[in-house]
Design a protein around this ligand. Structure first.
Ligand code: NCD
Ligand code: ZN
Ligand code: ZN
Length: 414
């Protein structure tokens, strides 16, 4: 099909560096085909996938096996975050970058239990090994369980302003403050995922200004919803870390608008309707979102009075240049000579209602059902071919490839 970009923004194919596509072992929640189609329909042409699968991908054999299952089935290009193994954190010291250049650390536990760090010593060893290996840690840093993990009773006040131990749903401030300490001590590169509170954003902004190699992600869910919404919409919107109040939401938008957040992730974490309808204590946390992320953020920017030209730059930074640099994805995330021909075309002003019929994830539901979006992705070009168009659907075969990291050169060692 011919490419018609009249009246559209042409963005670099977007990168979502936080998806759970559930391969292997959890394909009843999501398959790679469904997840990667949802990605394309949301302007996303590259994903970085999480390791909390069944079994979790904690070593090179696990990643290779996962890659074998995905080969030929993905509409988007992909990279994997390997799971930092709490029992063998030293594996990170000589991780082959072709397998992974980043490792996920779970500092909190729910159904992802087999990969959760259980004590502070394991955590130190992971930070030390990752620093030796030049591996970037991506962290789920949430206070739930972390008090036990670190053997701190009430959270020592940290040096970056007020800590409110009694504030309900305190998010991750204690966990994040601990990560800041470890980064200062070991020099490990660390990216904090799904920052949910004003305090965390303040702390991490100060730490980055100090020159520490610390960055953070904000998710579409934490930008789009508040605790009141989750109460109204019920347990389906429950996720980990919890969505907090409007003060926190405003601070996260500032992190987006002031360039403090480096990436925007979906934390696409589908569960079945049956699972989400269980009693609150048993329903797994997590929401789909790879398809909705960029459109929801575009809508939020519009609502906040951000002009379209500026909004386009924010998206291109947070889902383009930002993650491309952080995770070393050459050819991705920037429109420049020599870049891969991955493009996302966006009609900036179409207003349309999102419904369950639009959902491409296998899970079949979305927290955005009934929302009126402003802006609509209309066409996605993958490797020079129109792979998806809003009117004609998917074309050709899945074109996605595994983006392996560059083999380590000798002087990379820090
Ligand atoms: C994620 C999942 O379901 O895999 N759930 C969530 O609530 N975010 C796990 C995670 O990202 O921690
Ligand atoms: Zn997480
Ligand atoms: Zn996640």
């Amino acid at each position: 099909p011919r490419l018609d970009a009249r009246g559209r923004y042409v963005l670099p194919g977007l990168i979502d560096s936080h998806v759970h596509f559930r391969t292997p072992g959890l394909e009843y929640k999501e398959t790679w085909e469904h997840g990667s189609r949802a990605a394309l329909a949301g302007g996303v042409t590259t994903v970085v996938d999480m390791p909390n699968t069944r079994p979790p991908s904690l070593d090179e054999a696990g990643i290779s096996a996962k890659a074998d299952r995905i080969a030929g089935r993905s509409w988007a290009d992909y990279r994997f975050h390997i799971g930092a193994d709490p029992d063998h954190p030293e594996l990170l010291a000589d991780l082959d970058p072709r397998i992974a250049t980043s490792a996920k650390v779970f500092m909190a536990g729910h159904h992802t239990a087999p990969v959760v760090f259980r004590d502070g010593e394991q955590l130190r060893r992971a930070f030390a090994a990752a620093a030796r290996g030049g591996v970037r840690l991506v962290l789920h840093a949430e206070d739930q369980h972390v008090f036990d993990l670190l053997d701190v009773s009430s959270g020592a006040p940290d040096s970056y302003g007020q800590y409110e131990p009694h504030r309900p749903r305190s998010g991750g401030i204690v966990a994040v403050a601990h990560v800041v300490r470890l980064v200062r001590e070991y020099g490990t590169k660390a990216h904090i995922l799904h920052v949910s509170s004003a305090e965390e954003a303040d702390l991490l902004t100060a730490a980055a200004a100090e020159g520490l190699p610390l960055t953070f992600e904000v998710t579409g869910h934490h930008l789009s919803f508040t605790h009141d919404d989750t109460t109204r919409r019920g347990p389906r919107t429950r996720l980990s870390p919890a969505i907090r109040d409007s003060r926190d939401q405003r601070r996260l938008w500032q992190a987006v608008l002031h360039g403090q957040a480096v990436t925007l992730g979906s934390d696409h974490a589908p569960h079945t309707v049956e699972e989400k309808n269980r009693p609150p204590a048993e329903a797994p946390p997590g929401l789909p979102g790879v398809q909705e992320l960029a459109t929801a953020v575009w809508t939020g920017l519009h609502t906040r009075g951000v002009e379209p030209d500026e909004a386009a730059l924010h998206l291109a930074r947070l889902m383009g240049d930002g993650p491309a640099r952080l995770f070393d994805l050459p050819g991705k995330g920037r429109l420049e000579p020599g870049a891969d021909a991955d493009l996302a075309l966006l009609d900036p002003s179409e207003r349309w209602q999102f419904s369950a019929r639009d959902v491409m994830s296998l899970c079949g539901w979305s927290a955005y059902e009934g929302w009126t979006f402003t802006g609509r992705f209309t066409t996605t070009v993958k490797a020079g071919h129109v792979s998806w168009d809003v009117r004609t659907g998917f074309a050709g075969r899945p074109q996605g490839h595994w983006l392996q990291g560059a083999a380590r050169s000798l002087e990379v060692a820090r």
